[in-house]
Design a protein around this ligand. Structure first.
Ligand SMILES: Nc1ncnc2c1ncn2[C@@H]1O[C@H](COP(=O)(O)OP(=O)(O)OP(=O)(O)O)[C@@H](O)[C@H]1O
Ligand SMILES: [Mg+2]
Length: 284
């Protein structure tokens, strides 16, 4: 039997798809056989982050409806790593779930791990994942809103499925965000797979779809190797390990427009828009 893991988050834009791709590639490079499934139906983009969009001809729902065979829908990404696209046409509200079941049944046993990239928040995609997956990974960034949304999701999943946590986009000594120790205090460390730093390299490789063609992921890659080991062996590395990586990540540079900064950026933009509007209406 394959271990089917759903990657979820309360809040959107926290790095689910990036971490699904990075974890999948890391596991494959450790010799595990992995399938990545894009379960963000309607808003699929795992193919972009994997850099395989031009090779996608069919998606998992086409297979579910019998429009193609599995070898036509499975895109080999690299040794040990396959990808199956989700449907952009159908959403979790319009698919027939029984048909999706048949795809999972067909894939079960062919891989060590199947990672399902889920939509953000709660909804039918999450209900489906919590009833079919063996476990779930919740991705959380160091903001209070992400913490609250993740907490809400944990409550929803609790008792139904084992939950793991990955902290993503952590930065050292930036008081506008939760520190790694605040974060560790707020979760059960036994559930923590890792605390991943925010780096320019991770942002660039994911946005350019170049994780697969690149083997030097810098500090982000080191963090992902530990996350992958924890995921496979159900172990936890001490906080000092993560602190060291997050500190080191500063030497690689921190992207300015990352998701943790998006909210601030949006606030700035809306303030600017309000000012422009006011000035526009002013009678001089
Ligand atoms: N550790 C990281 N360091 C730097 N940038 C990152 C990191 N993790 C994710 N990002 C960037 O954050 C952005 C959002 O990532 P991603 O699309 O993976 O989030 P998501 O949770 O899947 O979003 P959605 O909820 O819309 O599906 C991307 O631009 C990605 O490159
Ligand atoms: Mg995503």
């Amino acid at each position: 039997m394959s271990r089917l893991t759903a990657i979820m988050s309360g809040k959107g834009g926290v790095g689910k798809t990036t971490l699904t791709a990075a974890l999948g590639i890391t596991l494959a490079r450790m010799g595990k056989k992995v399938l990545l499934l894009d379960g963000d139906l309607g808003l699929c983009n795992l193919d972009l982050i994997l850099g395989v969009s031009d090779r996608v001809r069919f998606n998992m729902y086409d297979m579910a409806l019998g429009k193609c065979f599995s070898d036509e829908v499975i895109v080999p990404v690299e040794t040990n790593l396959d990808f199956m696209a989700g449907s952009s046409e159908y959403t979790w509200d319009t698919v027939f779930e029984g048909a999706v079941d048949t795809v999972l049944e067909d894939m079960d046993g062919q891989y060590d791990y199947i990672l399902l990239d889920c939509p953000a928040g709660l909804g039918r995609g999450i209900t489906y994942a919590e009833t079919h997956a063996n476990d779930a990974i919740i991705v959380q960034v160091p903001t209070r809103s992400s913490e609250r949304d993740a907490h809400r999701l944990k409550k929803e999943l609790s008792g139904k499925i084992p939950i793991w946590i990955i902290g993503n986009e952590f930065v050292w000594n930036d008081e506008q965000f939760l520190s790694p120790s605040d974060f560790v205090r707020s979760v059960d460390v036994r559930d923590l797979l890792g605390i991943v730093p925010r780096t320019v390299k991770a942002g660039t490789l994911s946005n350019q779809g170049k994780f697969g063609t690149n083997s030097d992921w810098g500090i982000f890659g080191e963090a992902m190797r530990i996350v992958a080991k924890n995921y496979v062996h159900f172990r936890f590395y001490p906080q000092s390990t993560w602190n060291k990586l997050i500190q080191q990540a500063r030497t690689e540079g921190i992207p300015a427009d990352s998701s943790v900064n998006k909210k601030k950026q949006q606030e700035k933009e809306s303030l600017l828009a309000r000012m422009v509007y006011k000035w526009g209406r002013r009678r001089w």
